[in-house]
Design a protein around this ligand. Structure first.
Ligand code: F3S
Length: 398
């Protein structure tokens, strides 16, 4: 791989430990994937923030990098294992909080914005069309490639950090036009009425066309919450972090639907719900906000919860970024949700918080949330926002 003089100096250790380590990672990746050079990135989004996933070895690695590593481009973080301000209220232990704060402190010393959200595009890390970036959260990568039209591979935590320290990433994969071509035509004949229907659609496409880039037709309308849900689901269940929707996503006009095709019917969506759901009645945990809630979703939760109260047997989380919560504070949504017994879970999420063993059954709007909740040993129920709020209030799925 061709390296500039500056890049060679970094690789040789002339610009510090973190730069050297980063160049080693980027060069190794570039050589594996046949990149000819590094390209500049406009921003980085780093996953692998929860102490729950990092453990002490990860914390030690971050502390070593933080000695002299300083990011060169706008860099934001994925959710951590807890709400950084209100962790006690979410039932997080002191021991975990202490370690998680050490992780956050290391990132802060690197110059990273401690945003802790998987929807960085809602809070100021919004790439430009066709801009090269290095993001690692899979739903955000899919959103950036498909909905915004930026260009990123799905980075791992270390390779995203390396890109942040160097300001560059190896030019391969989805940074190259030839790898962004759609390879399967998906016609959607099913009716998409709610945001979780989009999650179910992502499930169907991920399962039926794994490792593909779909070109989707038959969809007439979608809002940003539908699309973020779809992005999270399609990539979780098997597709590449990239899709096109005819007349909806910015790059769809560049291509024709490929010859290989499949159709998604109502029956496919119904089957997806059956496979995602575990079919249980009592709900002790409800979580909205996978990916993190938009302000519109928070507003809808407040509207639905007004004058009601969360069941004593149930914990209700609204997972979102701190920035969106601050907007909710100003608009009065926070007061409504909290006085009804709901809890904001800022900076964290249902997948990366240490929840294993705490709850038996989760209700959520998110197909991706169901995938990770099963890993946390919970039974799952996916449904609309209205159904989830109802479950929070009654403690049951009706
Ligand atoms: Fe975001 Fe966590 Fe879901 S990172 S997409 S809320 S699993």
């Amino acid at each position: 791989m061709y390296l500039t003089k500056d890049e060679e100096r970094m690789l040789n250790g002339e610009m510090g430990y973190a730069a050297k380590k980063s160049m080693e990672i980027l060069v190794a990746l570039g050589e594996i994937y046949g990149a000819e050079r590094l390209i500049k990135v406009g921003s980085v989004q780093v996953a692998g923030v929860s102490y729950h996933n990092l453990g002490d070895a990860g914390l030690e690695f971050l502390n070593e990098l933080a000695e002299d590593g300083r990011v060169r481009v706008l860099t934001t973080l994925n959710p951590a294992g807890m709400d950084l301000e209100d962790w006690k209220r979410l039932g997080i232990s002191d021991e975990f909080a202490e370690k998680q704060n050490m992780v956050i402190d290391a990132f802060r010393r690197m110059g990273i914005i401690v945003s802790c959200t998987c929807t960085p595009y809602f809070i100021g890390n919004l790439p430009r069309y066709r801009e090269h970036i290095a993001w690692s959260e899979s739903s955000a990568v899919t959103f950036a490639n498909s909905v915004i039209g930026a260009m990123t591979n799905r980075e791992g935590g270390p390779s995203a950090l390396a890109a942040a320290f160097v300001g560059k990433t190896p030019c391969y994969g989805l940074h190259l036009e030839e790898n962004r071509r759609p390879d399967v035509h998906v016609h959607v004949a099913a009716r998409l009425n709610t945001t979780p229907d989009w999650g179910a659609l992502g499930y169907c496409i991920g399962k039926k066309a794994p490792n593909s880039i779909p070109y989707i037709t038959g969809v007439k309308d979608a809002d940003v919450d539908d699309l973020k849900s779809f992005c999270a689901s399609i990539v979780t269940y098997g597709a590449k972090p990239m899709f096109y929707i005819e007349n909806l996503t910015p790059d769809a006009y560049r291509y024709q639907p490929p010859n290989e095709s499949l159709t998604i019917e109502d029956a496919d969506l119904k089957k997806a719900y059956e496979e995602i759901n575990d079919g249980v009645g009592d709900i002790d945990f409800v979580c909205i906000g996978c990916p993190h809630c938009s302000i519109k979703e928070v507003a809808r939760v407040a509207e639905l919860l007004k004058g009601k109260h969360v069941a004593p047997t149930t914990e209700f989380w609204v997972a979102t970024s701190r920035t969106v919560k601050q907007i909710a504070d100003k608009r009065g949504y926070t007061t409504i949700i909290e006085s009804a017994g709901g809890k904001f879970a800022c900076d964290t999420c249902m997948a990366v918080a240490p929840l294993k063993g705490r709850f038996k059954t989760v209700a959520t709007t998110s197909a991706k949330g169901c995938f990770y909740s099963r890993q946390n040993l919970m039974a799952t129920r996916m449904g609309s926002l209205e159904e989830c709020v109802q479950a929070a209030v009654t403690g049951k799925w009706s």
